[in-house]
Design a protein around this ligand. Structure first.
Ligand SMILES: *Cc1c(COP(=O)(O)O)cnc(C)c1O
Length: 456
């Protein structure tokens, strides 16, 4: 039986329909940087699944009833109840979004010269490690290097390399191990519970704290249920609870799997660490019972955390991503296999073989999708991960040239996604017509947000 979303549409928002000349002008005025294209010129926005999901009537009703008291508001206690029930961490701090959580937690555990080990640090996560003078080192599992392999847990951290690093000469410089579930920087692939358990054991043995970057805890739990036999038949909430139980703490953007426009948490077990986080929180984000959040967002989070673990929701969202993956493959475009949930990662390097990494095939495909169909998405290739010299020439390419199509939660219908696949099919029929790009301006940190490009 075909799965379907366990909700119906109640409020809608019109989307802009533009002409090709309008899009050419908008993209050129944006310096060919997708982040600088006004949303009013975007028809289907697959730039991010962060804060872009549709809120439910229940979330909005709760938001309207939010209590804005400065300290100890009713909204805080409802938020705490939902977060405690899921994570079990004794110390929870609300913050405005994931990167604030990263800054607060990392500045309490890292320092110049320390190392953060991860399956893959997400972009802001890496930036927050590096801003502290620490080193962000990615140890993805070997299976992740084969984009076509159907291995079920390509988000895993490489346990052998993790042990080698912890036991080696740099071991005492490791300040934290951070596992990202699902691995957003690594194709949106899930991490198995077996992998998390093994990380926990290694971290215990070497006395290093183990944290989760748990932005997509529910989607990871759902994929564990589908792909890790020991967990088949369990509920998404139960699996997520077990994952949090393994860790010493977490940072989690709640703009993803709490289906909230804003919000994040820091969660920790250690009371001393909690104290250090709390001082930083109060000085920079807000009092401990609201962090950087308004009462409405505390309420939306509390309700969203209940809705996101609904198996019918996760089943239909997974089916939606799989449906798009099937259409994209029929269109002749390869993706990072197997498809995850929050995004598809297109293999632009393989599609646009006439463009070398220095001409940025991923960026070229993203630009073409916008020009051809008003679809916004973003490159995850050499522009994002490569190394550049002072003149902005690419000196060391990324291992893959990918484009991420993020799928906002509860936002687009199947017809929208079929339109995306149609646009991609048109491009794939004539890939040689897609031009290359050059970098005009590129800052050293968080480069892809602030680029200026031009056609080569
Ligand atoms: C989105 C995200 C973050 C940062 O969260 P924001 O709420 O966008 O600041 C950190 N890690 C991962 C894995 C993410 O997906």
């Amino acid at each position: 039986m075909k799965s379907f979303p366990p909700y119906r549409v109640q409020v809608v928002r019109e989307i802009p329909i533009t002409t090709r000349p309008e899009r050419e002008q908008a993209l050129s005025e944006a310096g060919y940087n997708m982040f600088d294209v006004p949303a009013g010129k975007v028809t289907i926005d697959l730039l991010s699944d962060s804060g872009t999901g549709a809120v439910s009537a229940a979330q909005e009703a709760a938001a309207a009833a939010g209590d804005r008291s400065y300290a100890g508001s009713d909204s805080y206690y409802r938020f705490r109840h939902a977060v405690d029930d899921l994570t079990g961490f004794p110390h929870i701090f609300p913050v405005h979004q994931g990167r604030a959580a990263e800054r607060i937690l990392f500045s309490a555990v890292l320092a110049p010269g320390r190392i953060s080990l991860s399956n893959t640090h997400f972009d802001t996560t890496r930036a927050n490690v590096e801003l502290l003078g620490a080193e962000a080192r990615d140890l993805p599992c070997a299976e992740a290097a084969d984009l076509d392999s159907m291995d079920p847990f390509k988000g895993n951290i490489d346990l052998a390399k993790l042990e080698e690093t912890l036991a080696g000469p740099e071991g005492d410089r490791v300040g934290q191990v951070l596992v990202t579930i699902t691995n957003n920087g690594g194709g949106g692939q899930p991490v198995s519970m077996a992998n998390l358990k093994a990380v926990r054991e290694l971290c215990r043995r070497f006395g290093v704290p183990f944290f989760l970057d748990a932005a997509r805890f529910a989607e990871n739990a759902w994929l564990v249920i589908q792909r890790e036999p020991e967990y088949a038949g369990q509920t998404p909430k139960a699996v997520a609870q077990q994952a949090f139980e393994l860790a010493d703490g977490c940072v989690a953007s709640l703009k993803k799997d709490a289906i909230s426009p804003m919000g994040a948490i820091v969660g920790v077990r250690d009371p001393e660490l909690a104290k250090r986080c709390e001082v930083n929180l109060i000085a920079t984000e807000g009092f401990r019972t609201y962090g950087g959040l308004g009462a409405h967002d505390l309420e939306r989070v509390a309700q969203g955390l209940r809705e996101v673990v609904n198996p019918d929701y996760l089943r239909s969202r997974t089916a939606e991503a799989a449906h798009l993956a099937g259409l994209v493959n029929e269109a002749g475009v390869d993706i990072v296999q197997p498809p995850g949930i929050h995004a598809l990662y297109l293999n632009a390097g393989r599609l646009l073989q006439h463009i070398p990494p220095s001409g940025f095939p991923g960026h070229a495909l993203a630009c073409e999708m916008y020009l051809a169909g008003g679809i916004r998405c973003v490159e995850l290739g050499s522009l994002y991960l490569g190394e550049f010299d002072e003149e902005h020439n690419l000196v060391s390419p990324a291992p893959f040239e990918l484009v991420r199509l993020a799928i906002p939660r509860r936002t687009y219908t199947e017809a929208h996604l079929e339109y995306v696949a149609d646009v991609l099919a048109t491009i794939a029929k004539n890939p040689e017509s897609v031009p290359q790009y050059r970098v005009v301006e590129a800052p050293p940190l968080l480069r892809h947000f602030n680029l200026k490009m031009r056609k080569a």
